[in-house]
Design a protein around this ligand. Structure first.
Ligand code: PLP
Length: 416
């Protein structure tokens, strides 16, 4: 066992700060990284990797982007947090609203988990209803009400997806299959007390599984008709797929949007926002409590403003075009292999599924061959390519990836 992993396991629970990093899904020992620059990571032994994890999508411009580093250094020298109002929060909110006009009022948090949890709370406070709807395979962070999976058999209410989540709480979460509009209509007929529906409009936590437009339209229609709040979790897709996120691509307006990852420029962050009449229910203007010591801290704000102020529709056109060339070639390579594999891509995100047909919901995605995935993961790793260590994750290409790294990856795919 490598010494860093041995030592980590002596002091950190399970050896990690977040479970998927432990490599349980792929076997072997986790690699300890020391440094990142542009599209590359270096481990503690000085070995270099082309990175497709990119801090789980939080890094859009590449590691240690010089502008972002300068912004953080400049702010750090002026103090890292005061626990007071600052103008930086307004600045970042303005940048977000340029791309997301549906977010009339915004609140910052320190993680996507907090933002999703708080969006659900304000939706419950606003509607004065208790039940919530989520979809199988969508991840919204690890708040109790959202760590819920589909119940067995015909039960539509959820059961805890983790020990420590009370069953009575999980029963307030209805878990439905993704991309199934009929299931949504049935749930609204059955339950009169639905406060909100939360969804990843392009699911990226069961591997990459985009929603069909009809499905998202049904969510909009049913929530409006039944007085429920529609929450889009764009923690990954916001500022990843186009300027304006999935709501721009699909042309549908959610009531609340949850953001995170990219908007913090690589530092801890989350945000949620939407219609003023809902957001004004938050304390101090309203009676739904929500707070955070480091919420809106100047370091995350400065890094976020530096990234967002450089983005435009043109930025995404260039990035996505570069990625599409890569995906087209990768698909040709995969088609020539004997094993059945399919590549799902959206903007600068992709997943290789080890099955012939691309999945459209969690049940299908779960059939991806996990043994084949392990071989793929370790095959790439041994050739200096780092991808997320789980079959149910999405890989990310940054703006710093050039044709040099992408071509090298294609070469490895060909031989692997
Ligand atoms: C990462 C993620 C979250 C949780 O964000 P954290 O900052 O890890 O708490 C929520 N929703 C989606 C869609 C995510 O990908």
């Amino acid at each position: 066992m490598n010494s860093a992993w041995r030592e980590a396991q002596r002091h950190l629970a399970g050896g990690v700060s977040s479970p998927v990093r432990a490599f349980q899904a792929v076997g072997g020992e986790p690699i300890f990284m020391r440094r990142g620059l542009g599209p590359y990571l270096w481990d503690r032994r000085g070995r270099r990797y082309i990175d497709y994890c990119m801090s789980w999508g939080a890094i859009l411009l590449g590691h240690a982007d010089p502008g972002v580093v300068r912004a953080i250094q400049k702010q750090a020298a002026k103090g890292t947090g005061f626990g007071t109002c600052t103008e930086y929060e307004t600045r970042l909110a303005q940048e977000i609203k340029k791309a997301f006009p549906t977010m009339e009022k915004i609140r910052f948090t320190s993680s996507g988990t907090e933002a999703a949890m708080s969006a659900v709370r304000v939706a419950r406070g606003f509607t004065k209803k208790n039940r919530i709807v989520k979809f199988e395979g969508c991840y919204h962070g690890h708040a109790d009400s959202l760590l819920v999976k589909a119940g067995s058999g015909l039960a539509t209410f959820g059961t805890p997806n983790s020990e420590g989540v009370p069953k009575s709480l999980a029963e307030l979460t209805v878990v439905l299959p993704y991309n199934d509009p009929e299931a949504v209509r049935r749930a609204f007929k059955k339950y009169p007390d639905i406060a909100c529906v939360i969804v990843e409009p392009v699911a990226a936590n069961m591997g990459l599984v985009p929603a069909r437009k009809e499905f998202l339209q049904t969510l909009r229609t049913e929530t409006s008709r039944n007085g429920a709040v529609l929450i889009w979790d764009e923690v990954i897709t916001g500022f990843r797929i186009v300027y304006g996120g999935a709501q721009h691509v699909y042309g549908i307006r959610p009531d609340l949007t949850v953001l995170g990852k990219i908007i913090g420029g690589g530092l801890p962050i989350g945000a949620f926002g939407g219609q003023s009449k809902i957001m004004e229910k938050l304390s101090p203007s309203g009676k739904v409590y929500q707070a955070g010591t480091l919420s809106g801290n100047p370091l995350s704000m400065a890094a976020g403003v530096m990234v967002l102020s450089r983005l435009s529709q043109n930025f995404y056109n260039n990035l996505n075009q570069k990625c599409n060339t890569f995906f087209d070639e990768a698909k040709t390579i995969l088609r020539k292999k004997d094993r059945s594999m399919s590549l799902q891509n959206f903007g600068s995100m992709f997943t290789i599924f080890f099955m012939a047909k691309k999945p459209s919901d969690y049940r299908e995605a779960a059939k991806s061959d996990s043994r084949a995935f392990k071989a793929y993961f370790h095959g790439l790793l041994s050739k200096g390519i780092y991808t997320p260590p789980s079959a149910f994750e999405t890989s990310f290409i940054s703006n710093a990836h050039t044709s040099k790294e992408l071509d090298k990856t294609l070469e490895v795919l060909k031989r692997c």
